[in-house]
Design a protein around this ligand. Structure first.
Ligand code: NBP
Length: 474
C-alpha cells in the first residue's frame, strides 16, 4: 500500500476540514483522533466530497505506520495540555528527522518548550497559526508557520497548495524561528478583536444616533464592502443584518442575540504581550475591555436604573453620519493595525527572540483566507515594501494622508457618540493614539515632575543635557 504524504491528528472543526482540504489538493493523508467517532465522520466526508485520498485510523500505531518518511504530522487538538498529551503519545512512535506541526492557537512559549524537548530526540517541531475558521480550513486558510527552516522546507510543498491563494501567491510564508508563528497568529487575533469592536461601535452609532433599521444597516455595510473597507468582517456583518430570526420570531436574528461576548484567550494574550513589550495597543485593549464589560450582563441590567445618561443627539443628517462613521472606522482601523504591527516588530526585535520578522510578508499572507482579510492589507504590505523600518504605519505617506483627510469626520463621530452617551472605546482609543502620536509635546512633563516630586525619579530638561531633580517643596 502506498504511504500517505502527511498525517493529521485531531479531527474537530479545524482538523477535519484541513484534512479534507489537504486531500483535495492531491496529497494522500492519514488521519487519527483520540475518539474514533470523528475518524469515521472524516472518512465518510472524504468519500462524499469527491472520493478524496484520505485514510482514517483508529490505532495510533497504524496511523504512524502509514506515513511516508520522514514523517509530517499536523496536530489540531485543543491548545494546552491536550497538545502535551498528544506529543507524549506520538514521540515514542517517531524517529529523528520526523516533523510535528501544532496548528492550534498555542501560547508561543509552550511551542518553544516543546520544540526543545522533542528536538533532543531529533524530532522537528513547528507552531503554525491557522486562521479562517471552518470555511478557511476547508477551502484555503491563511497559515503562519514558525520554527526551523529545515522543518519549513518539509512542510512548504504541502501548505503552499493548501493555503488560500491571492494575486501574489499563497497565504503562507515561513514566519520565522521559534514560536514566531504562534505569536503572529496571536496578534492577528488581537487585530481581529479590534476590527470586530470597531464594527460594533459603528453599528451602535448608526442604530442609536442615526436610527438606521437592520435593512438600512445591511445596505450600508454592503456598500462599504465595495470600497476602502472591503473585508471579510464587513461582508459578514452586512449578511448578519439581513438574517431574519430563525426561531419563528418577528424581525432579525441579531436583535435576539444576548449582548454578552465570549472569548478564548488570544485577545487577552495580545494585550498582555503589548504591555510586556511596552507597546501601546489601545484599540485592541478597548476591544478586550468591552468584552469583559459585556460579560457583566446581570450587573449592567441592575445598574441601568441608577443612572441617567444624556439624551441622544437628534437632528443629525443621516447621509452625513453614515459617511462620517465610514471614515472614522477606516481611520481607527489604520491605528489598530499599526498597533498590531508594532507589537510584532517589538517581539521580533526582542534580543531573547531575534526572530527577524518581515512585516510586509506578514501583511501579505493576511490578504486571503483569514478572518481579518481586507483589501487594505495589500496597501499595508506596500507601505512596508516602501520602508521596511517604518516606525509606525500611520506615518507612511499614503496612510498619513488618509488619516489627515478623515480627521474631521472621525472627531465628529467620537464627539457625537460621547455627547449621546454611547461608548466608543475603539474609535476614541484609536483617535487618542493618533493624537498622542502626532503631537510633538505631551503633558508627560507634568507626570515627570510629579514622579520627581514624590519619588526623586529625576527628569530630563528640554534646554540642556543631563539628569535633574528639583527641591519641589521650598
Ligand atoms: P478544539 O479546540 O475544540 O479541540 C478538540 C480536539 O482536541 C478534538 O480532536 C479532541 O479529541 C482533541 N483533544 C482534547 Br479536547 N483533549 C485531548 C487529549 N487529551 N488528547 C488528544 N486529543 C485531545 O478543536 P478546534 O476548534 O478544531 O480547534 C483546534 C485548534 O485550532 C485549537 O487550538 C483552536 O484554538 C485552533 N483554532 C480554532 C479555530 C476555530 O474556528 N474553531 C480557528 C483557528 C484556530 P476528542 O475528539 O477525542 O475529544
Amino acid at each position: 500500500m502506498s504511504q500517505s504524504k502527511v498525517g493529521l491528528v485531531g479531527l474537530a472543526v479545524m482538523g477535519q476540514n484541513l484534512a479534507l482540504n489537504i486531500a483535495e489538493k492531491g496529497f494522500p493523508i492519514s488521519v487519527w483522533n483520540r475518539s474514533p467517532g470523528k475518524v469515521d465522520t472524516t472518512v465518510e466526508r472524504a468519500k462524499n466530497e469527491g472520493n478524496l485520498p484520505l485514510t482514517g485510523y483508529h490505532e495510533l500505531e497504524d496511523f504512524i505506520g502509514s506515513l511516508e518518511r520522514p514523517r509530517r504530522i499536523i496536530m489540531l487538538v485543543k491548545a494546552g495540555k491536550p497538545v502535551d498529551a498528544t506529543i507524549d503519545r506520538l514521540v515514542p512512535l517517531l524517529e529523528p528527522g520526523d516533523l510535528i506541526v501544532d496548528g492550534g492557537n498555542e501560547w508561543y512559549p509552550n511551542t518553544e518548550r516543546r520544540a526543545k524537548a522533542v528536538g533532543e530526540k531529533g524530532i522537528m517541531y513547528m507552531g503554525m497559526g491557522v486562521s479562517g475558521g471552518e470555511e478557511g480550513a476547508r477551502n484555503g486558510p491563511s497559515m503562519m508557520p514558525g520554527g526551523p527552516i529545515e522543518a519549513w522546507q518539509m512542510l512548504q510543498p504541502i501548505v503552499a497548495h493548501v493555503a488560500a491563494q491571492v494575486d501574489d501567491g499563497p497565504c503562507v510564508v515561513h514566519i520565522g524561528p521559534g514560536g514566531s508563528g504562534n505569536y503572529v497568529k496571536m496578534v492577528h487575533n488581537g487585530i481581529e478583536y479590534g476590527d470586530m469592536q470597531l464594527i460594533a461601535e459603528a453599528y451602535d452609532i448608526l442604530k442609536t444616533v442615526g436610527g438606521l433599521t437592520n435593512e438600512e444597516l445591511h445596505q450600508v455595510f454592503d456598500t462599504w464592502n465595495k470600497g476602502e473597507l472591503e473585508s471579510f468582517l464587513v461582508e459578514i456583518t452586512a449578511q448578519i443584518f439581513a438574517k431574519k430570526d430563525d426561531e419563528g420570531q418577528d424581525g432579525h436574528l441579531v436583535d435576539y442575540i444576548l449582548d454578552k461576548t465570549g472569548m478564548k484567550g488570544t485577545g487577552r494574550w495580545t494585550v498582555m504581550e503589548a504591555a510586556d513589550n511596552s507597546v501601546a495597543a489601545p484599540t485592541m485593549a478597548a476591544a478586550l475591555d468591552a468584552r469583559f464589560l459585556s460579560g457583566l450582563k446581570e450587573e449592567r441590567v441592575a445598574a441601568a436604573p441608577h443612572f441617567k445618561g444624556p439624551d441622544v443627539v437628534t437632528g443629525v443628517d443621516k447621509a452625513q453620519l453614515i459617511d462620517d462613521v465610514r471614515q472614522a472606522l477606516y481611520a481607527s482601523k489604520i491605528c489598530s493595525y499599526a498597533q498590531g504591527m508594532n507589537l510584532i516588530r517589538a517581539a521580533s526585535n526582542d534580543p531573547e527572540h531575534n526572530w527577524g520578522l518581515d512585516l510586509g510578508s506578514i501583511a501579505r499572507i493576511w490578504k486571503g483566507g483569514c478572518i481579518i482579510r481586507a483589501a487594505f492589507l495589500d496597501r499595508i504590505k506596500q507601505a512596508y515594501d516602501r520602508d521596511a523600518n517604518l516606525p509606525n504605519l500611520m506615518i507612511d505617506g499614503e496612510f498619513a494622508k488618509e488619516l489627515n483627510e478623515r480627521q474631521p469626520a472621525w472627531r465628529r463621530v467620537v464627539g457625537l457618540a460621547v455627547a449621546s452617551g454611547i461608548a466608543v472605546p475603539g474609535f476614541s482609543g484609536s483617535l487618542a493614539y493618533f493624537d498622542q502620536y502626532r503631537r510633538a509635546r505631551l503633558p508627560a512633563n507634568l507626570v515627570q515632575a510629579q514622579r520627581d516630586f514624590f519619588g526623586r525619579h529625576t527628569f530630563k530638561r528640554t534646554d540642556k543635557e543631563g539628569t535633574f531633580s528639583a527641591m519641589w517643596e521650598e
